[in-house]
Structure formats: structure tokens, C-alpha cells
Design a protein around this ligand. Structure first.
Ligand code: 13P
Ligand code: SF4
Length: 301
């Protein structure tokens, strides 16, 4: 393992590469990354970096977003097959249909989406800025794709807007039910329940805090509580436990994101060494998708 880490560090220097990692990838990968964060933070870092090569330790839409924002850089994915199921759960056709139905409509696209979906959207959002951005839009009608659960959460937080939900979902976050959370609360009555807005509204109703992965990490750090139930992918426990050794964290999730777990240290090394799994896309797609991502970065400032 040590030699893999050393080789990665050596190659990073030689190639002027940077490693970005999402909180859901295995701890060993988070450990060697230059920047670890939620989707919003990582997209900002991807935009700001002056490295020549970006290794994106995450799933396909994350690498794609980095490429959209950095057409001249080489963007590498450690595992080409690592994909987000939800990213595909909307269609450009449905977006066109909604646009013809509503005059005053903004299409808001969760960053967990394909580049193609971004090209037909007005603005991207992440879980950490969706409420703020929807609030700031001039339009009354919002078609929110692909995540129906995040859309429902946003609709509740911004009641003055008419939010039309798409029926996509994250299989990992949808899998936890209110019954399981109730049981965990009974087993740990002192614990606060922190949850990601991709969970269902029944689960969100039981939460002490709802937020992005970074929001959850910040809340746990700032809280005086000593125990927490965590309602998001278990990868965040690595950062939570590292930063708060005196606090106890329990996951309520029945499973993990298998795609994020495909990203291993060895695959980070191999993609960097062989410059393989480069993210490529049509320039026309990239330019259109960039508009939606740039608008997010502008509105979320
Ligand atoms: P974040 O916006 O918190 O990074 O969440 C990304 C994600 O994939 C959640 O399932
Ligand atoms: Fe996609 Fe869900 Fe995995 Fe996040 S946890 S990358 S939304 S499948």
C-alpha cells in the first residue's frame, strides 16, 4: 500500500496532477486526495485548479462536470464504470414537453445528471445550494430534475415557487425507511439525526438537520451533541470520525453506493500512470452544459 501511495505522489508531481475526491469514496482514497468535499466544493475546485491533470475520484457525472468546466485539462476517472444511477433518471424529451406546457419555467438540474441533461437545463444545483438557487431564480415554475426527493425538499423550503417534481431517485438514499430510523433513535435516544435531502420526506421529517454531505460534517463538528445518526452514504463516516474522535456516529443506511466504492487506490494509480479513462465529450454538448454549471457557480457565490 505504501508503495502505491508513493507512486501516486511521484506521478502527481511529474504530471502536475491534482486528485479530487468525494466523501463517498473509500477512506484510503480520501486520505491521498488533495481536496475532499461535496459536489459543490469539488466543482468549485475543478474550476479553480491550475493543475494540468485532474483525477476525479468519484462517479461519471463528477468527472464530466470537471471536464465541462476545464476543456483544456485532462480529466481522468479511476473507474470508468463508476456511474450514478440517478444521473440518467430524466429525459430531454420530458424537459421539452414541460417547456411547451409552461411559459414561465426554469429547468433546474441537480448536478447528479448526465451532460446531456445539463444541456437542456437553465441552471445546475447541488444539494448544498439548491434551495438558495431556486429561491434566487426569477421564474415561478421550476421543473426540477432528476431527483424527486430533493425536489420535494426544495418545494417545502421555497413555498412561493411551483416546483414540478421528476420521478428520479437515488437508490442508496431511498433505501432507508422511517421505521429503521425510528428503531435507531430508540437504540440511541441521545443521538441527533443528520440526513441528506436525497432521502424520502418521511425520513427527512425525523431529522434534526438536513443538508449536503459537507453540511452534515459541519453540523456535527459545531454541535455540542456527542452522538449522531447519519442518514447518508457511509463514506462520510471517514471524515466525521477523523475530525471528531470524541463523538460517536452510527449509520442508518442499509447499503452503500457500490459505484463510489469502485474507486480504489490502485485504480487511482493506474489511471494516472497510463492516463486512461479520460473524460471526453462533444464540444457542442460541453458548451451548452457549461452554461448551466457556470450559472450555478455565479448564483451560489
Ligand atoms: P453532495 O451534494 O452532498 O456531495 O451529494 C452528492 C451525492 O451523490 C449524494 O448522493
Ligand atoms: Fe448517485 Fe446515490 Fe451514489 Fe450519490 S449515492 S452517487 S446519488 S447513486
Amino acid at each position: 500500500m505504501e508503495s502505491i501511495r508513493e507512486e501516486i505522489q511521484q506521478l502527481k508531481k511529474e504530471k502536475n496532477a491534482v486528485i479530487l475526491a468525494h466523501y463517498y469514496v473509500p477512506g484510503e482514497v480520501q486520505e491521498i486526495a488533495d481536496y475532499v468535499g461535496d459536489s459543490y466544493y469539488l466543482s468549485k475546485m475543478a474550476k479553480q485548479t491550475d493543475a494540468d491533470v485532474i483525477v476525479f475520484a468519484g462517479v461519471a457525472f463528477m468527472g464530466e462536470s470537471a471536464k465541462i468546466l476545464n476543456p483544456d485539462k485532462m480529466v481522468l476517472l479511476p473507474d470508468e464504470e463508476a456511474d450514478c444511477a440517478m444521473a440518467h433518471m430524466a429525459s430531454a424529451e420530458k424537459v421539452r414537453q414541460m417547456r411547451s406546457q409552461y411559459e414561465d419555467l426554469a429547468v433546474v438540474c441537480y448536478i447528479n445528471s448526465t451532460a446531456e441533461l445539463k444541456t437542456v437545463s437553465d441552471v445546475c444545483v447541488t444539494s448544498s445550494n439548491a434551495v438558495e438557487i431556486v429561491n434566487a431564480l426569477p421564474n415561478k415554475n421550476i421543473f426540477f430534475i432528476p431527483d424527486g426527493n430533493l425536489a420535494a425538499y426544495v418545494a417545502e423550503q421555497v413555498p412561493q415557487k411551483h416546483v414540478i417534481r421528476n420521478d428520479g431517485y437515488c437508490p442508496v438514499h431511498r433505501a432507508v425507511g422511517a421505521g429503521e430510523v425510528q428503531k435507531a433513535k430508540e437504540a440511541h435516544p441521545e443521538a441527533l439525526f443528520l440526513v441528506h435531502p436525497e432521502c424520502t420526506k418521511e425520513v427527512l421529517a425525523l431529522a434534526d438537520f438536513v443538508g449536503s454531505t459537507k453540511g452534515i460534517i459541519r453540523f456535527a463538528e459545531e454541535s455540542d451533541a456527542k452522538e449522531f445518526l447519519v442518514g447518508t452514504e457511509e463514506g462520510v463516516l471517514y471524515e466525521l470520525r477523523k475530525n471528531n474522535p470524541e463523538k460517536t456516529f452510527y449509520s442508518v443506511m442499509p447499503g452503500c453506493c457500490q459505484d463510489m466504492k469502485r474507486v480504489t487506490l490502485k485504480k487511482v494509480l493506474d489511471c494516472l500512470k497510463e492516463e486512461k479513462h479520460q473524460v471526453e465529450m462533444e464540444e457542442e454538448t460541453r458548451i451548452l452544459a457549461q452554461k448551466a454549471l457556470d450559472r450555478m457557480l455565479e448564483l451560489a457565490k
